[in-house]
Each structure stands twice: as structure tokens, then as C-alpha cells.
Design a protein around this ligand. Structure first.
Ligand SMILES: CC(C)(COP(=O)(O)OP(=O)(O)OC[C@H]1O[C@@H](n2cnc3c(N)ncnc32)[C@H](O)[C@@H]1OP(=O)(O)O)[C@@H](O)C(=O)NCCC(=O)NCCS
Length: 139
């Protein structure tokens, strides 16, 4: 799922397919425990994924690795995944949710705006010459 996401939507992520393709098994196993990982299924087929973990600031959670398989887009899977991570964060007593979205990824930015996120004003290079913007919301 992760490799499919990096391959299909390279513009959306800081990590790359080439950088993760040959990761050792121990690293893949580690990624399953270092964050909360969610998948959305439709009739037994995995349609999308998202992750939640600690952000850098105290009390803030980070939403990362959001991806919906193109075959399942525009059907509400993205909204479901956002709501799932927000619920996870509330149950784990975070007070704020933060995420990064790459400049020009308007599908993702609309998804987040629809779910109450606004740009915080922070921006950084996701890769040389390409910016990403931080968005956040209170929980
Ligand atoms: C961004 C992304 C996760 C959105 O996933 P999605 O499942 O298509 O999201 P949703 O279905 O919840 O919403 C997408 C659109 O479909 C619409 N929609 C929702 N349910 C619908 C339905 N039943 N029928 C028709 N349209 C529907 C939504 O209103 C929304 O419209 P808008 O974009 O015009 O505002 C997906 O495009 C993706 O994986 N992109 C590549 C990876 C990426 O950018 N990840 C984010 C990194 S920050």
C-alpha cells in the first residue's frame, strides 16, 4: 500500500518510492508500530490509508501518509480516513492535529479544509524547489 502510494502520487509525499522500495523487513515492521496506521476497506479490498502519530509540538498529533487508491477516489474514503484519525487523536488526548500538504495538491487541501483545517502559515521545502504548507485544527 505504501509503495503503491509513493509510486502513484510522488508529488504528494516527502518520501520516495526509490527510497523505500528496498527497505529491510525490520524497517517495514517498525513503521507499523511507530504510528497508528489505518486502512479503509471496501468489500474486502483496501481502498486507502492514513497514519497518526506525535507532531513536534506538545499536545499535537500529526496526520501523515494519506492516500486513496485512484479506483476509490471521490467516494468519501478521504473524508472517512480524516475523521478516523481525528477520532484516534481525540481518544489519545491530543488537543491539536497538524499535517503538511504540498503546494498545488488542491484535492488534498480541499479535503482538509472541508474537515476544518486551515493553513498555520508554516511552510518548508518538501524537496528542492517544492514547498509544502502546514495545516492544523483544534480537536
Ligand atoms: C487527496 C485524496 C486523499 C482524496 O481522497 P478521496 O477519497 O477522493 O476524498 P473524498 O472522496 O473524501 O473527497 C474528494 C472529492 O470527492 C467528493 N465526493 C465525496 N463523496 C462523493 C461521492 N459519493 N460521489 C461523488 N463525489 C464525492 C468530495 O466532495 C470531494 O470533492 P472536491 O474535491 O471537489 O471538494 C486523494 O485524492 C489522494 O489519495 N491523492 C493522492 C495522495 C495525496 O495527495 N495525499 C495527501 C497527502 S497530504
Amino acid at each position: 500500500m505504501r509503495l503503491a502510494a509513493l509510486k502513484e502520487a510522488a508529488y504528494a509525499f516527502g518520501s520516495t518510492y526509490a527510497g523505500e522500495r528496498d527497505a529491510p523487513e525490520a524497517r517495514w515492521r517498525q513503521t507499523l508500530t511507530d504510528r497508528a496506521r489505518f486502512v479503509a476497506e471496501k468489500e474486502g479490498i483496501v481502498a486507502g490509508t492514513v497514519s497518526g502519530g506525535d507532531a513536534d509540538s506538545i499536545g499535537a498529533a500529526a496526520m501523515t501518509a494519506m492516500w486513496v487508491d485512484p479506483r476509490f477516489r471521490r467516494g468519501g474514503v478521504g473524508d472517512l480516513l480524516v475523521k478516523t484519525v481525528l477520532d484516534w487523536a481525540r481518544s489519545n488526548h491530543y488537543v491539536e492535529m497538524l499535517l503538511w500538504v504540498t503546494d498545488g495538491n488542491s484535492n488534498a487541501e480541499r479535503l482538509y479544509a472541508r474537515n476544518g483545517f486551515v493553513r498555520t502559515g508554516a511552510a518548508q521545502d518538501v524537496r528542492p524547489g517544492h514547498l509544502e504548507f502546514e495545516m492544523g485544527r483544534r480537536l
